[in-house]
Ligand binder design. Structure first.
Ligand SMILES: Nc1nc2c(ncn2[C@@H]2O[C@H](COP(=O)(O)OP(=O)(O)OP(=O)(O)O)[C@@H](O)[C@H]2O)c(=O)[nH]1
Ligand SMILES: C=C(OP(=O)(O)O)C(=O)O
Length: 216
């Protein structure tokens, strides 16, 4: 098995403010439970990915910090408190200059470790010194951004971030990774993720059967 080499930065917004477009998607479930389940399933998949040496969760949410810290992630307080890209930069700085750093959004509850591993492998195999990104399924957003050791992550997440990452010199990765590309912002996204197979925490809240555990 190859050495785990990536430090993966996963920013997590304070749960009461997070995933506002998803509020009410599961009427019987408190919003923070759903927001935490998405994050827990995402981090669980990253921790199970063989290519990953370290998971850095950047958050000021006490509950998410406690729970994710217990599962093996390194929790870094969101000291900048200045939005998503500042949180990514802060986590990347905590990983250190010698790490290969990947930034991943925390709203991928169907993520399979093997798909993340394949994307990280593809990022490593490309032209040297170049940042790479994986666009979301619609193609406008970004779910994963990678930087080789010594290259700043330079995140441009937000509206139309796939175009922003390309304009900043990052190259897209074109693999067929449906669970990696399926970020969940809306009730419709959650239904699509459920068809792909949800992680156990989110599945338990939706009443879906969880996806079979497959290490990557
Ligand atoms: N630490 C940190 N994480 C953030 C911040 N903003 C967004 N995130 C995380 O970044 C990921 C992608 O963010 P969005 O999809 O825009 O999530 P969101 O802001 O919670 O969702 P909406 O309220 O629906 O826009 C999610 O995992 C969020 O938890 C922030 O200011 N700080
Ligand atoms: C943060 C992003 O997206 P969304 O808010 O749609 O999850 C993004 O795609 O860069």
């Amino acid at each position: 098995m190859p050495e785990p080499t990536w430090s993966v930065v996963v920013p997590v917004k304070r749960l009461p403010a997070a995933k506002s477009r998803l509020r009410g998607a599961l009427p019987a479930v408190p919003h923070e439970e759903l927001a935490l389940a998405l994050v827990a399933d995402t981090v669980r998949a990253v921790l199970a990915c063989a290519a990953v040496a370290e998971v850095l969760v950047v958050t000021d949410d006490a509950r998410a910090a406690a729970e994710l810290g217990r599962t093996g992630a390194r929790v870094v307080p969101d000291a900048p408190d200045a939005g998503l890209n500042a949180a990514f930069r802060h986590g990347a700085a905590a990983a250190g200059r010698h790490a290969r750093v990947a930034g991943l959004t925390a709203d991928l509850p169907a993520l399979r470790p093997a798909e993340l591993a394949a994307a990280l492998r593809a990022a490593s195999a490309g032209p040297p010194g170049v940042r790479r990104f994986v666009a979301d399924a619609p193609g406008s957003g970004t779910v994963l951004l990678t930087a080789p050791a010594g290259v700043p992550l330079d995140p441009r997440f937000g509206v139309a971030s796939a175009a922003a990452h390309a304009a900043s010199g990052a190259l897209p990765l074109g693999g067929d990774w449906p669970t990696l590309r399926r970020d969940v912002d809306t009730a419709e996204d959650l239904a699509t993720a459920a068809r792909l197979g949800l992680g156990p925490r989110t599945a338990a809240l939706t009443g879906a059967r969880p996806a079979a555990a497959t290490p990557g």
